[in-house]
Ligand binder design. Structure first.
Ligand SMILES: [Zn+2]
Length: 568
């Protein structure tokens, strides 16, 4: 047999994933990080080669099989989801098992492809080595352990991040290591069913949680004198609006806030609650409600904000707007909400709006260009959100334009959204809670940079969100007025989940014991948001307190006051 077959197989195998390594290298850029990445890459590749030279056939075959299974798992996951296997998706896969069960038939091409690639690795490691190696056999046996432990260490310190772009056979093995650690410390576990007791009768009305995107509390007229017209300041006839003023968000990144809005969580115990307790859908179904999720941001059935297929199973109606342009999707969401509010069924409805995420150049129609000068139009018409900043350099002048485009977007995606809902929906049997996932850094202080949120050194406005309760005037749900004065400008996202459970009739004392305080009691909230949310393993959260005395608010009224209201 060809004397270098083993080595050749391994080289070909490693080269098959060149794109994956290069993509990571490009993302890292130039700096110290690239050196660390390079060192790690070489160390793991070396560990792989040493493993392939283990003298004892049985031990070598054992490692060949473990690495084969690990690599194929990683490879197939990436092919099926077109996504990198993160540690948290790994954990949810372990508990859902859905991937394995459903994958076999549906994804057989991806599996076949992954297995064929993996065979190169299996034989590359497994075949008998035909060359001497000047390294003691004991060290060769130790090499795969050292490789996995080294990677596990990096992942531990970085809360599960840091394996991207490295030889894939080590990644799931290191994840398995971390998973064992977390299982021993009870921060992961299988998703629990609903166990809280309900005290009330069946819920007879709709409960709606509207989660806007990137709408900063300080840019709405309900909170600031020159805030944008939201249609929430004056309640329309027959409707009561309770404005809880400024609220603190859970985090300054979308996914972190959204997952905690759907699963609940307290500042002290959100990691465990997020990953092991029931979702809001499970609680709603247990309370006899129909569940509807409206995602105006994504299309094509793509899931976001850490939602997975297992969670989706508890959603009776899953709505996205594949055929609607980004600019009109919040209006489509309003239309769908109106239909649901008018259908006389008790439903839990959760909406992720398009809102005002970067880019905001084209998120509103011309008729809503009330604030000028604004960003140039036409380049971003079908971009719901992006992390790219092409065409926006973030100079002080750019931010002046950006803030105007942002306000025009708010006027449309918030003001017009509620105008339509109030005009056409029957709110007699509806309770709505309105908030946004996080606030925005709109660089009012002249601070440099391109980012609006989700950074590691956030300004206070990034965690500043609106919090409004809206209901039919005749509908009796909870006593909102009793604690409004005490809780206004003093509550947070953390109070929403317990409020929803109380609305569904779950026992208040039991809810509070797990999830903290609802808006119906003095919330005594810490008024902080988390900017290091992924705080599992060796990482801890970082909290930013919001001091309302130092919040920047808009100073400029609209340039053109008479906004043309297109008929809905
Ligand atoms: Zn967001």
């Amino acid at each position: 047999m060809f004397r270098y077959l083993k080595e050749l197989l391994l080289v070909i195998y490693l080269l098959l994933y060149s794109d994956y390594y290069l993509e990571r290298l490009n993302a890292i850029g130039i700096g110290l990080a690239v050196l660390l990445f390079g060192a790690m890459f070489l160390a793991l590749t070396f560990a792989l080669l040493l493993t392939a030279y283990i003298r004892q056939t049985f031990i070598r075959h054992l490692f060949a099989l473990a690495m084969f299974a690990s690599a194929v798992f990683f490879d197939v996951y990436s092919r099926v989801t077109a996504d990198y296997l993160t540690y948290s998706s790994f954990v949810s896969l372990v508990y859902s098992g859905g991937f394995i069960q459903e994958a076999a038939y549906q994804y057989r091409d991806a599996i076949l492809h992954g297995v064929l690639n993996g065979l190169l690795l299996l034989f590359g490691v497994g075949l008998k080595p035909r060359h001497p190696l000047a390294i003691a056999n004991g060290l060769r046996v130790a090499a795969p352990f050292v490789g996995v432990l080294l990677l596990s260490g990096v992942l531990f310190v970085r809360a599960g991040e840091g394996a991207r772009g490295l030889p894939i056979m080590f990644t799931p093995l290191a994840y398995l290591n971390l998973f064992a650690y977390e299982a021993l410390h009870n921060t992961v576990g299988p998703r629990e069913p609903v166990t809280l007791a309900r005290t009330a009768q069946a819920v007879g009305h709709d409960i709606v949680l509207i989660v806007d995107e990137s709408i900063s509390g300080n840019y709405l007229d309900i909170n600031a004198p020159f805030g944008v017209h939201s249609n929430l300041k004056q309640a329309p006839p027959g409707v009561a609006i309770f404005n809880y003023g400024y609220a603190a968000s859970i985090a300054n990144c979308s996914a972190d806030t959204n997952v905690t809005l759907r699963y609940g969580g307290t500042r002290d115990d959100y990691v465990r609650i997020n990953s092991t307790l029931p979702s809001i859908w499970q609680y709603a179904k247990q309370a006899g409600m129909r569940t509807v999720y409206i995602d105006a941001q994504r299309t094509g059935g793509n899931l976001q904000n850490l939602m997975n297929e297992t969670e989706k199973k508890d959603i009776d109606e899953f709505v996205q707007f594949d055929q609607t342009s980004v600019r009109d999707r919040d209006m489509a969401a309003a239309g769908k909400l109106i239909e649901l509010l008018n259908d006389d069924k008790a439903e839990l409805i959760l909406i992720n709006k398009v809102g005002a995420h970067f880019p905001v150049h084209d998120k509103y129609p011309d008729a809503f260009m009330a604030y000028r000068p604004t960003l140039p139009r036409g380049q971003f018409t079908e971009v719901a959100d992006t992390a790219k900043r092409d065409g926006f350099s973030g100079q002080t002048d750019d931010w002046v334009l950006y803030r105007n485009a942002y306000k025009n977007t708010v006027l449309w995606n918030v003001g017009e959204f509620f105008a339509r809902v109030f005009a056409q929906a029957n709110l007699n049997n509806a309770l709505l809670i309105y908030t946004s996932d996080h606030g925005q850094d709109l660089h009012e202080r002249g601070n440099p940079g391109l980012n609006t949120h989700c950074g590691g050194d956030p300004v206070e406005e990034e965690g500043l969100v609106p919090l409004v309760v809206i209901q039919g005037e005749q509908l009796h749900t909870l006593d909102w007025a009793a604690q409004l004065a005490a809780n206004k400008d003093r509550s947070s996202h953390y109070n929403i989940f317990p409020t929803l459970l109380q609305l569904m009739g779950y026992d208040l004392a039991a809810v509070e014991a797990v999830y903290g305080k609802p808006l119906t009691v003095p919330t005594a909230d810490a008024f902080t948001f988390n900017y290091r949310f992924n705080a599992r393993l060796g990482a801890t959260p970082e909290w930013k307190h919001i001091d309302l005395h130092s919040i920047v608010t808009p100073t400029q009224a609209p340039t053109s006051v008479a906004v043309e209201q297109p008929s809905p």
